[in-house]
Ligand binder design. Structure first.
Ligand SMILES: NC(=O)c1ccc[n+]([C@@H]2O[C@H](COP(=O)([O-])OP(=O)(O)OC[C@H]3O[C@@H](n4cnc5c(N)ncnc54)[C@H](OP(=O)(O)O)[C@@H]3O)[C@@H](O)[C@H]2O)c1
Length: 294
């Protein structure tokens, strides 16, 4: 299977390259392929003829999206349109990586694949537009929504990840304030990349018929916590006595509004008999061990 990965130097892109190493992988970093360039997308896909395109490229700086709306929609929406059109023309599968931020989550329960999206901010709105382009333009599409990513490569867009930020802050000895009113599922990109490989295999082996298995999937580690609980678990696993306290989102005052509950119930993975991804605490413990060995 020939797999083209966009955003290949990003946090998830790095682990996707590892997870698909046994396949014929074409890694396309931002420098190799700018998804906002329609002609470049056409040329790249026609030259390489992938069976599957995994689009992990995105403008991921949520707060900056509020003031850089055009860029957010150019990358996160029109970029997907460009890829979807070429995938459809070539008969390729498009796996579009999307986000829990398409939900505001005010109902306070995990969001299911069939819940109506209602993004709380520009980033979420641009990612939702990208989802819609994937669905409208490419019959053989997976829209894979995930949440709270961290991985060994760190987010190239954000210059790190939440775990590394917490570890750095703890080293300063300063008090650390983290929001306790936003609930998510922290997800390790290595686990996500492996689960994406399993999901795409259902298509490869034709288990579910020509179109049966395509559509929207929620894919995260299991369980849920607030950002504060996440930080507390990082310090507990590291044996750190960081000065951590809980604050509310209004006290933190981020420019972009965040969902109150962006937990994604992985209903379709379960009902299609695909493996449940391990609890977030176990994944975090593995990440902390692996980063220690680097
Ligand atoms: N991070 C999270 O917590 C989170 C949560 C839910 C969903 N997601 C989604 O998961 C996916 C992967 O996120 P991530 O954490 O791996 O983010 P990341 O590390 O910021 O990776 C995104 C990659 O996209 C590249 N990129 C940006 N603009 C591009 C363009 N116009 N053309 C081609 N590539 C471009 C970036 O390159 P440069 O850095 O060189 O610009 C970067 O390598 C994204 O779709 C994101 O929306 C992320």
């Amino acid at each position: 299977m020939r797999v083209l990965i966009t955003g290949a130097n990003g946090q998830l892109g790095y682990d996707l390259r590892k997870a698909f190493a046994a396949e014929d992988v074409i890694p396309a970093s931002h420098a190799d392929l700018d998804v906002t360039d329609d002609a470049a997308v056409k040329e790249k896909l026609r030259a390489t003829r992938p069976d599957v395109v995994i689009n992990s490229a995105a403008f991921t700086r949520v707060d900056d999206c509020e003031t850089e709306e055009q860029k957010a929609f150019a990358v996160n929406a029109l970029g997907v349109l460009h890829l979807a059109r070429q995938c459809q023309a070539l008969g390729a599968v498009l796996a579009q990586i999307s986000t829990d931020y398409v939900f505001t989550g005010e109902h306070g329960r995990p969001n299911r694949e069939d819940d109506p999206p209602n993004p709380p901010n520009v980033y979420g709105a641009s990612k939702l537009a990208g989802e819609n382009f994937a669905r409208a333009y490419c019959a053989r599409h997976f829209v894979i929504r995930t949440s709270g990513l961290y991985g060994v490569a760190g987010s190239s867009g954000k210059g790190g990840n939440f775990v590394e930020t917490m570890i750095s802050l703890a080293k300063t000895g300063q008090p650390i304030r983290v929001v306790n009113d936003q609930v998510l599922t922290p997800t390790y990109t290595a686990d996500l990349a492996t689960a994406i490989r399993e999901l795409l295999r259902t298509n490869q082996y034709g288990q579910y018929g020509q179109y049966g298995q395509y559509g929207v999937f929620h894919l995260t580690n299991s369980g849920a916590c607030s950002w504060f609980d996440f930080a507390r678990m990082i310090f507990q696993l590291m044996g750190s006595n960081a000065k951590l306290s809980a604050i509310s989102s209004p006290e933190y005052g981020a420019p972009a509004r965040r969902p109150t509950c962006s937990v994604l119930e992985n209903c379709k993975m379960r009902t299609n008999g695909l493996p449940v991804v391990r609890p977030w605490q176990d994944a975090l413990a593995t990440y902390l061990r692996e980063r220690g060995n680097r």
